[in-house]
Design a protein around this ligand. Structure first.
Ligand SMILES: [Zn+2]
Length: 224
């Protein structure tokens, strides 16, 4: 196991593209990474794209982004209105959004997206289109705990401080009122998963978020 550091290129700030099928996906999957990254690299640029949401959910999506992006200077939030649960049947329209993203955000340093083998059909569509669209980029696939029991064995970990994890769980509970009565939507679920991932990577403070990094191109000169 070796630590890799993601640093901005000399001529630009770090550029992160976050993709989520529904309001709350990005926050659950990589909210800790975002909080941590913005604390360490406040000049980073974050593009936050949510693909579905009725009026109430779109409002939650924007509030969720605000609560995780805080006062970051360079952020953009985009919420689309594709129908929740029907992404496989709206593929052409969703693909058009990705084609536009490729033109407007051609070179993100990291793309955060859904896990390829996620059992939610909407999540898989976003994951597949991410790989179709961004072919020369670092893509990290995040995980969403759910009834279907589709958690696997991730291979990329971001250790987190306990206060970052607490803040992530608190933000989720505060912002996503429409989800609070779901049996799985609780601070214990979010903190428990991050604690388990922390065990798997021997995180210094016990917690981590985990990702699937299917392809990573390493320049040894950068590591030297
Ligand atoms: Zn979702």
């Amino acid at each position: 196991m070796r630590d890799l550091c993601l640093r901005p290129r000399p001529d630009a700030s770090l550029q992160i593209l976050c993709l989520g099928a529904h309001a709350d996906d990005i926050e659950i999957g990589c909210g800790g990474l975002i909080l941590d990254m913005l604390r360490n690299q406040p000049a980073a640029s974050v593009q936050w794209i949510v693909f579905s949401g009725n009026v109430a959910r779109a409002r939650e999506a924007r509030a969720g982004a605000r609560s995780f992006l805080g006062g970051a200077r360079r952020t953009r939030v985009e919420v689309h209105r594709f129908r929740d649960g029907f992404f496989p049947y709206q593929g052409a329209e969703i693909k058009s959004v990705f084609e536009k993203l490729k033109r407007t955000i051609p070179a993100p340093d990291v793309v955060l997206t859904h896990y390829r083998d996620d059992r939610h059909q909407d999540h898989r569509v976003i994951s597949d289109l991410t790989w179709n669209t961004f072919r020369d980029h670092l893509i990290l696939e995040y995980e969403i705990p759910k009834y279907d029991g589709d958690l696997g064995s991730p291979n990329c970990y971001v250790p987190l401080a306990p206060d970052t994890c607490e803040r992530k769980a608190a933000n989720l509970m505060k912002v996503f009122g429409s989800q609070r009565d779901r049996h799985w939507f609780s601070p214990e679920t979010f903190l428990g998963l991050m604690r388990l991932r922390g065990v798997e990577c021997r995180a210094p403070e016990g917690y981590a978020e985990a990702f699937y990094a299917r392809k990573v191109v390493v320049s040894l000169s950068v590591l030297a």
